[in-house]
Design a protein around this ligand. Structure first.
Ligand SMILES: C[C@@H](O)CC(=O)SCCNC(=O)CCNC(=O)[C@H](O)C(C)(C)COP(=O)(O)OP(=O)(O)OC[C@H]1O[C@@H](n2cnc3c(N)ncnc32)[C@H](O)[C@@H]1OP(=O)(O)O
Length: 254
């Protein structure tokens, strides 16, 4: 597959998937999710690759769902988009090899959910991370109802989702949302250092450890949560309020 929305490269034993729609701050469309899945399949089948790293091209990791694409979508189109998003999210969450996120700039909505789906997160200290769904009349979709509570606990998860406010990489480190906040100029270097440390270990052990960790987190009912996420998100985007939110987004600089 030729990639138009991501850049795929391999450095030593680490594959780097760079979200690549910088003109729209790496806003996500169905094609981007399909390309991510294709790249993951390649990583899975290549024994020399032991770790996958996600990052963003330009001044954002990703600002989440493409709101311009969203405006004229039918509910059925939206469902297809969400199903691709969830297929990719499941693939990342259950991926046999460790995944790392190097969060640069904005990581919002589905963009921040992609980072949550990764095993380990690095962020630039000045990154802006958040879940603006409630502000744009949407709802989380990438397994985030489970993931965010597992990562920061129920109280902080509610605060982030209810306020829809962004926090910096530095604040994210304090609440355990990211493992490390580092100066933006050393973000990739620090992330790749950790990737190298992991890649020095047994691929089989890593796969087993990851499987065990996921089982221990109660994967069985994650599917039920994710099915609900699709219904909740579609219910949100079917409201009249959703159209007003999208119009407000377009008019925000007038
Ligand atoms: C299931 C899903 O619904 C869950 C979600 O993902 S909801 C999350 C949706 N995302 C957002 O609400 C974020 C929207 N973006 C913004 O609020 C702002 O762009 C920003 C605060 C992140 C950055 O602001 P600023 O620095 O002023 O940059 P611009 O707004 O000028 O952005 C530069 C161009 O990128 C376009 N863009 C940014 N984000 C999106 C997006 N999510 N969808 C579509 N397009 C986006 C923006 O319109 C600018 O393009 P233009 O052609 O210059 O107008």
């Amino acid at each position: 597959m030729d990639y138009s929305c991501i850049i795929f490269e391999v450095k030593d034993q680490t594959a780097i998937i760079t979200l690549n729609r910088p003109k729209v701050l790496n806003a996500m469309n169905r094609q981007m999710w399909l390309e991510i899945m294709d790249a993951l399949e390649h990583i899975k089948n290549n024994k020399n690759i032991k770790v996958a790293v996600f990052t963003g091209h330009g001044r954002a990791f990703s600002t989440g769902a493409d709101l311009k694409d969203s405006k004229d979508r039918t509910i059925e189109d939206y469902r297809k988009y969400l199903e691709s998003l969830q297929e990719a999210s499941r693939k990342i969450i259950y991926f046999e090899k460790p995944t790392l996120a190097a969060v640069n700039g904005y990581a919002l909505g589905s963009g921040y959910e992609l980072a949550l789906a990764c095993d380990i997160r690095f962020a630039a200290s000045d990154a802006l991370i958040g879940s603006p769904e409630a502000r744009v009349t949407s709802s989380v979709t990438g397994g985030a109802f489970r993931l965010i509570q597992n990562i920061v606990g129920p109280g902080k998860a509610r605060e982030l989702l209810f306020t829809a406010e962004n926090i910096t990489g530095e604040e994210a480190e304090k609440i355990g949302l990211v493992n490390y906040a580092v100066p933006s100029e050393s973000l990739m270097e620090e992330t790749l250092k950790m990737a190298d440390k992991i890649a020095a270990n047994s691929a089989f052990s890593l796969a087993m450890i990851k499987k065990g960790l996921l089982m221990a987190q109660g994967e069985a009912s994650l599917n039920a949560v994710m099915d609900f996420e699709i219904e909740a998100c579609l219910a949100c985007v079917s409201t009249k309020e959703r159209q007003s939110s999208l119009e407000a987004f377009e008019k925000r600089k007038e």
